[in-house]
Design a protein around this ligand. Structure first.
Ligand code: KG4
Ligand code: ZN
Length: 349
């Protein structure tokens, strides 16, 4: 069983190593946070407490299973909102303890990057992963389960964060990414020019804050122009897509890879998916994405990652740990229990 509570989505799923994904449920807190224009951490934690156990029961009953059928529990241990993470961590550990089965702490971004493996014709190690979510933008060389080399990441805003902030600026509300993408469909991406940040110099780092400022200045100049909003949305989206694609091409060359995996919430962006598929065809790479609903946060990716970890023999002690910050590069060397919030010690290190 996999449990995801790192931010504003409560996700639970059951994955069987032989039969595949058995069931998955998701409760989104979007409506709860909408009036504040963003996620309120304390409200998020409290809502996870309310929703998590009912979702566990729903997931089991949908496929006629009982708690005793669970052989292992995986929970997101970080990175994310510390209070929200602790709800999943404490519940997951408690369920595992009661059932006398192993529990495994999963890195949220590892969940995202393995999510395409839930699809038919899954990617095969080694590959390069483009992880684009609300909190992260990174290119990772994935050699095997737990063997990750971060090739480049963002120096400031994540791609999803840039989508969200730009959407807010254009008056599109929260969460902004999907709303901005919808508006972009009716806009002309060529009307205004947008920078492709950090593409004119070598390297795999990203930076999206300048693009956001550029967009704000454009919007201030054209706020009274009816069609400008959609044109700005379309131009912004194309600039983000182009920037990500240019860096993917570089990363694939550097890693001499022929498989690219795209995951995380922004991986649901249809413009990005189409452009990357096209680039893959032209360059002879295989490009894999999760289905749309598994791009954004979900329990299925955590159940899958946890199952792979348990099968690979990863075991942890009974300490309940969660880490708000947890570099992906530290995975595989048992680093969860350093630098996190430990319930038995009760202090942040
Ligand atoms: O992976 P995710 O669900 O949560 C994090 O781990 O952060 O990603 C959420 C992010 C948000 O910033 C959201 O606006 C963005 O993914 N997003 C999109 C789209 N769907 C979700 N951005 C652009 N286009 C979309 N269709
Ligand atoms: Zn995520």
């Amino acid at each position: 069983m996999g449990i995801e509570t790192s931010c504003d989505e409560t996700g639970v799923a059951l994955f069987d190593s032989e039969r595949g994904l058995l069931s998955h449920t998701l409760y989104s807190q979007v409506a709860l946070h909408a009036e504040y224009g963003g996620v309120v951490p304390e409200l998020a934690s409290r809502d996870h407490v309310r929703k998590l156990l009912p979702l566990v029961n729903k997931c089991l009953s949908e496929v006629g299973l009982h708690r005793r059928d669970i052989d292992g529990v995986a929970y997101t241990a970080g990175p994310g909102l510390i209070g929200a993470l602790l709800v999943g961590a404490a519940t997951g550990r408690a369920i595992a303890m009661a059932l006398d089965c192993p529990a495994v702490a999963v890195h949220h971004m590892e969940g995202h990057l393995l999510a395409p493996m839930l699809e038919p014709d899954p990617p095969v190690f080694p590959f390069v992963a483009l992880l684009v979510s609300g909190g992260h933008t990174m290119l990772v060389e994935v050699r095997a389960l737990g063997d990750y080399r971060v090739m480049g990441e963002t120096l400031d805003d994540a791609a999803g964060e840039a989508f969200d902030k730009t959407a807010k600026l254009l008056g599109l509300g929260y969460p902004g990414g999907p709303a901005l993408a919808r508006l972009a469909e009716s806009g002309n991406p060529e009307r205004f020019s947008f920078p492709r940040p950090m593409t004119d110099r070598p390297g795999l780092e990203f930076s999206f804050s300048g693009l956001k400022t550029h967009t704000r200045n454009l919007w201030l100049k054209h706020a009274n122009d009816d069609t400008a909003r959609a044109d700005i949305a379309a131009g912004f989206q194309q600039a983000v897509t182009d920037t990500l694609v240019i860096k993917c091409r570089r990363a694939m060359r550097e890693a001499r890879a022929c498989e690219l995996v795209v995951a995380g919430g922004v991986g649901a962006n249809l413009d990005l998916r189409e452009t990357l598929r096209d680039t893959g065809r032209k360059n002879g790479w295989k490009v894999s994405f999760p289905r749309l609903e598994f791009c954004t946060d979900n329990g299925a990716m955590i159940a899958f990652a946890g199952c792979q970890r348990l099968l690979a023999g990863y075991q942890e002690n009974l300490v309940i740990s969660a880490r708000a910050r947890w570099p992906l590069g530290e995975l595989g060397n048992g680093a969860l229990n350093s630098g996190g919030l430990r319930l038995n010690g009760g202090h942040r290190q």
